[in-house]
Design a protein around this ligand. Structure first.
Ligand code: SAM
Length: 456
């Protein structure tokens, strides 16, 4: 009976089967994850505001998604009993897709389901992810899942007009001046998707990088900026497996960069004198780790030990340790050096982050007066200058045209007028570019001082 079913009907059965299995998978994820339904209130200027890390039962939607196939449903079993020759080419193609790598398969299914739920085919909307694209592009990473930290971004004329970090939560809504996006419209899509707001504006939704996270997470004190943190890691030559001392913990930004650098074989001891800053850094660290488990289906290394106390008085705490590197980001580093230096391995580096050059001078004065085996090797600032590089446009919105010196003046102008009609895509190389340092620059952040422990 089933063998006589018209091919369009069979294709529909297959699609229903696929929706059924992908929905089951998504429900399974939802069963496993404890969600909070409150919406996220943060915005770019305030920083992300939701502190409470997702429940630790996050044993990860992504892990579940990437596991092997579930047992066949009764409908799937019936379908698989049909003889090959009784199937239309359309259905055969669908069957072939079933033999894909399970992880890739899930991605195809989830993106497919998305389109079907909204009643729109991917071709209807040029910005909706096509199943075939998703199969190629997202095969390594699972679709976006509740519990993940994401960034929503809207650019116009190359400028970022809106950027917000938020935690994907079932039933929540992302609000902006450009309209609202229900989080449920985002869940299940590949990272890097454009999603339309209630006002029809396309917003890019991507996973938050560690750089995004530290910039948008809620802060206690000022953080070590990512550009400076990277330079400090390089200065200290921090490697997987290293044991590093850091102080103060502050908001926990540097702790996260150190945690990633030393990996699961290494460890970081982070000392903070203020109880409130200590709590903030621990919360920020836990939140990133929880989101990571959902994203990757594996644990971020649990390698940072946060300790409250004054580093000047931490000799008993440091007694059992030898450090491959020390990162100091506190106002008076010269006061803590006598406690720290005995625990730094000979030849290793202590990198100091200081906002003012007067603090650098006080540090050097301290080194001059203290009998410490430290050599100041470098004092640097890390400038990163954003540039604006874009096709040059005339006031009327048309592309400017390069003047070809080999053409006669009149002839050239005629040709130009024809070439620059708005609809036409000018050939490569025919558009002059505007290129200059971006007018909105990050100002000064810090001086980095490299001190090396030497043996005299
Ligand atoms: C600028 S914040 C550090 C920010 C941190 N590097 C980050 O990336 O989030 C400086 C921190 O040092 C702490 N601090 C100052 N003196 C300290 C000391 N003697 N021992 C431990 N922590 C100290 C302050 O309480 C403050 O939280």
């Amino acid at each position: 009976m089933a063998a006589q079913m018209p091919s369009a009907g069979m294709a529909r059965v297959h699609r229903l089967l696929k929706i059924g299995t992908s929905c089951q998978r998504r429900l399974r994820c939802k069963d496993t994850i404890a969600f909070s339904t409150c919406s996220v209130k943060c915005n770019a200027s305030q920083g992300d505001s939701s502190d409470s890390p997702p429940s630790t039962g996050l044993a990860s939607g992504s892990a579940l998604l990437s596991r092997g196939r579930r047992p066949l449903s009764p409908l799937e079993r019936i379908s698989s009993l049909l003889a090959q020759e009784a199937l239309s080419p359309e259905v055969l193609q669908l069957r072939e897709r079933d033999h894909l790598d399970p992880e890739e398969d899930v991605n195809v299914r989830l993106s497919g389901t998305q389109g079907e739920e909204s009643g729109a085919t991917p071709e209807d909307d040029p910005e909706s992810p096509r199943a075939s694209d998703a199969a190629v592009v997202t095969s390594a990473w699972p679709p976006l899942a509740p519990g993940e930290l994401l960034v929503a971004e809207h650019r116009r004329k190359g400028r970022v007009e809106f950027r917000k970090m938020f935690e994907l939560q079932t039933g929540a809504r992302l609000g902006s001046s450009w309209g609202v996006i229900p989080h449920d419209d985002v869940a299940g899509r590949p990272a890097g998707s454009f999603v339309k707001t209630s006002r029809g504006v396309s917003i890019l939704v991507r996973r938050a990088s560690l750089e995004d996270y530290v910039l948008y997470m809620r802060r206690g004190p000022a953080i070590a900026y990512p550009k400076d943190a990277s330079a400090m890691l390089m200065m200290m030559d921090v490697t997987e497996g290293d044991c590093v001392l850091e102080s103060g913990s502050g908001s926990g930004a540097m702790s996260l960069f150190l945690s990633r650098a030393v990996g699961c074989k290494g460890s970081v001891l982070s000392v903070e004198v203020r109880e409130d800053h200590h709590k903030r850094s621990v919360l920020n660290y836990k939140r990133w780790r929880a989101s990571w488990s959902v994203r990757r289906g594996e644990e971020w290394p649990d390698n940072v030990r946060f300790h409250t106390g004054d580093l000047c008085e931490a000799s008993p705490l440091l007694a059992a340790h030898g450090f491959h590197a020390v990162a100091l980001d506190l106002p008076y580093p010269q006061l803590v050096l006598p406690t720290v230096v005995p625990h730094l391995h000979p030849g290793a580096v202590c990198a100091v982050y200081l906002a003012n050059i007067t603090q650098v001078i006080d540090l050097l004065e301290g080194l001059r007066c203290l009998p410490l085996p430290l050599l100041c090797e470098r004092i640097v600032e890390v400038p990163i200058r954003d540039w604006l590089v874009a096709p040059a446009l005339q006031k009327d919105g048309r592309h400017c045209v390069r003047r070809d010196p080999t053409l006669g003046r009149d002839q050239g102008e005629e040709a130009n007028a024809e070439e620059t009609s708005k609809e036409e895509q000018p050939a490569f190389g025919s558009i002059p570019y505007l290129a200059r340092p971006h007018p909105a620059q990050m100002s000064h952040t810090a001086f980095l001082v490299k001190l090396r422990k030497c043996v005299r």
